[in-house]
Ligand binder design. Structure first.
Ligand SMILES: [Zn+2]
Length: 178
């Protein structure tokens, strides 16, 4: 059991996302981000399959054919687009991505930055989150509007950097909601 290492990994990530959320004014989400990772259902899997360099969910998938921790996680955390997958209406067959509230799209964007920073370490640049996103593009079951906003923010980050992008989020993306 790698309880201490796992605890440090998820807490380091949580603190990073919290700082980013606070910078754009999402205080509540900053405090609550990924809280279910500390629930016993998710925490025990994280300890059992602790990898250091990649998600324990992948190791659990390989071991038992699915990840119970991920299924628990994505059903409770609205910043994951997987939370918003549901049956389509109006003759649209099967499961589709529903349009996400903007504040969760922003949290998803910040989550990706934090994850990328830990994963890339010294090699991280403002382009890294965009590059990671483009590698997986086409596989996301995401609403087109949601995907367009995420991609717009990632491109802005790559081009203009964090400070400008966070200011744009504060003044143009989140303020418009009220
Ligand atoms: Zn999460």
């Amino acid at each position: 059991m790698k309880a201490l290492q796992h605890f440090c990994t998820i807490t380091r990530h949580k603190i990073l996302v919290m700082k980013e959320c606070f910078q754009v004014g999402l205080y509540r989400q900053g405090l609550l981000h990924d809280l279910s990772k500390y629930s016993w259902t998710e925490f025990k899997i994280g300890c059992k399959f602790y990898q250091g360099s990649r998600s324990p969910n992948n190791a659990e998938r390989e071991a038992i054919g699915y990840s119970s921790a991920w299924l628990h996680h994505k059903g409770r955390n609205k910043h994951h687009y997987e939370y918003w997958i549901d049956y389509g209406l109006d003759g649209e067959k099967g499961m589709i991505g529903m349009k996400m509230p903007v504040k969760y799209v922003v949290e998803m964007f910040l989550d990706r930055i934090a994850a990328c920073k830990v994963y890339k370490g010294e090699e991280y640049t403002d382009r890294s989150p965009l590059e990671y996103y483009l590698k997986g593009k086409g596989e996301y079951l995401m609403h087109p509007d949601t995907q367009a906003l995420l991609e717009k923010l990632l491109r802005m980050l790559a081009k203009e950097g964090e400070e400008k992008t966070y200011r744009y989020i504060r003044t143009n993306i989140l303020r418009k909601r009220r």
